[in-house]
Design a binder for this molecule. Structure first.
Ligand code: NAP
Length: 345
């Protein structure tokens, strides 16, 4: 597609310089539905973006990119909790800061996660022992064809590890318009990860956890404003107990976390690091030196560079550990989303 089309570079945190047929901002639910219907009439693909912090555009996008900017935070206080109704276009980290400033605890472990509130349920964002599903009360979606709003209670969202119904049954033809968050007044600090384990459980405050999380993230993760990235590029693999004991037999140091179903989660970043890939480059793409799970746009990387690097990482980890990594990031082709694992296989 020619350069007369708008660039997507400012709208994806990896900073991939491809164009879209059209880019528009939706401030209301009517804007969303209008954009969808225009695409239907013109037989054009449609994609909704929040912060663009979990997508890799593989090539020029032959459709309309709609930036979700449905704003607003409403708070209702009840005896045991604060109930927040948050517009999908609100910035996630600003929401975390806002809640803490109001004296509401519960989101502090999820500080500094890039992206918007409406993207949070899609992959059930999680960090430092807390996932969105732990605080989500409901998700409002709009059926873009008919303009009808539907409320899905959290139990109906099929939240899993970086997964939900919004990646499956409600992927096409629907948009998340708002998220309901319930923050209990009785606070249960989660201090099981990294530096947080050193805090004193008798005196700890939500602010201390927030500061600890921000400090850990800033020391290991590149700021997407400065260096293009999409956070963790791969999911942590979950293997069965037999595979885990095989790996542990050969690599007793592998960080491993038994799950409630008997499976074992392995740290993908550690597996990549063991293949000596920190700093490894293909074209303008590189494995981040501080955290091997992050791929960075070091020097005008193309999507081909990123895909080639992801392929190489998957192959090397596969040959060494017999574990095949799968991307956490969503891959977008010219006409819509593609199977990311297939693309890098
Ligand atoms: P880390 O502390 O170096 O740990 C490596 C992996 O081991 C993590 O991914 C984490 O899995 C797991 N882990 C560590 N301590 C654990 C514990 N006490 N119980 C269970 N699992 C444990 O990880 P990191 O890369 O610095 O990331 C810290 C947290 O931020 C993690 O929760 C990570 O998921 C999250 N994060 C997410 C993204 C993203 O883009 N999705 C980017 C950066 C960081 P889990 O990932 O399952 O927690």
């Amino acid at each position: 597609m020619s350069s007369q089309y708008p660039s997507l570079k400012p709208f994806n945190t990896l900073g991939i310089n491809v164009v879209a047929r059209d880019i528009t901002t939706a401030k209301t639910i009517a804007d969303l539905c209008d954009a969808w219907q225009t695409c239907q009439q013109k037989n054009m693909p449609f994609i909704l973006l929040g912060g663009g912090s979990n997508v890799l555009f593989l090539e020029d996008y032959h459709g309309m990119v709609v930036i979700n900017r449905l704003m607003g935070i409403q708070v209702e206080e009840k005896d045991d909790a604060w109930h927040l109704h948050v517009g999908a276009g609100e910035n996630w980290h600003h929401l975390v800061e806002y809640t803490l400033a109001q004296g509401f605890s519960g989101l502090e472990n999820l500080a500094l996660i890039p992206g918007c509130v409406g993207s949070a349920p899609i992959q059930n964002i999680g960090a430092y022992g807390v996932e969105l599903k732990d605080v989500c009360e409901y998700v409002d979606i709009v059926d873009l064809q008919h303009g009808q709003i539907k409320r899905l209670l959290a139990d109906a969202c099929q939240f899993g590890y970086r997964d939900s119904l919004f990646k499956h049954a409600y992927r096409d033809g629907y948009a998340i318009t708002a998220v309901g968050i319930k923050l209990a007044k009785t606070w249960h600090p989660v201090m099981t990860y990294g530096e947080l384990t050193k805090l004193n459980s008798a005196t700890v405050t939500p602010g201390q956890i927030f500061d600890g999380v921000c400090h850990m993230r800033r020391s290991k993760l590149p700021d997407p404003e400065i260096t293009g990235n999409v956070g963790s590029f791969f999911k942590n693999p979950v293997v069965d107990a037999i595979e885990a004991s095989e790996i542990l037999h050969h690599y007793p140091d592998v960080p491993h976390y038994p799950q409630t179903n008997g499976a074992v989660k392995l740290a993908a970043g550690w597996l990549i690091d063991q293949c000596h890939l920190k700093g490894y480059r293909i074209g303008g793409a590189a494995v981040h030196r501080q955290q091997a799970l992050v791929i960075i746009n070091e020097n005008n990387a193309t999507s081909q560079d990123i895909v080639a690097l992801a392929h190489e990482i998957r192959q090397r980890v596969g040959s060494k550990f017999n574990v095949l990594l799968e991307p956490e990031v969503r891959f977008i082709g010219a006409m819509g989303e593609k199977d990311a694992t297939e693309v890098i296989s």
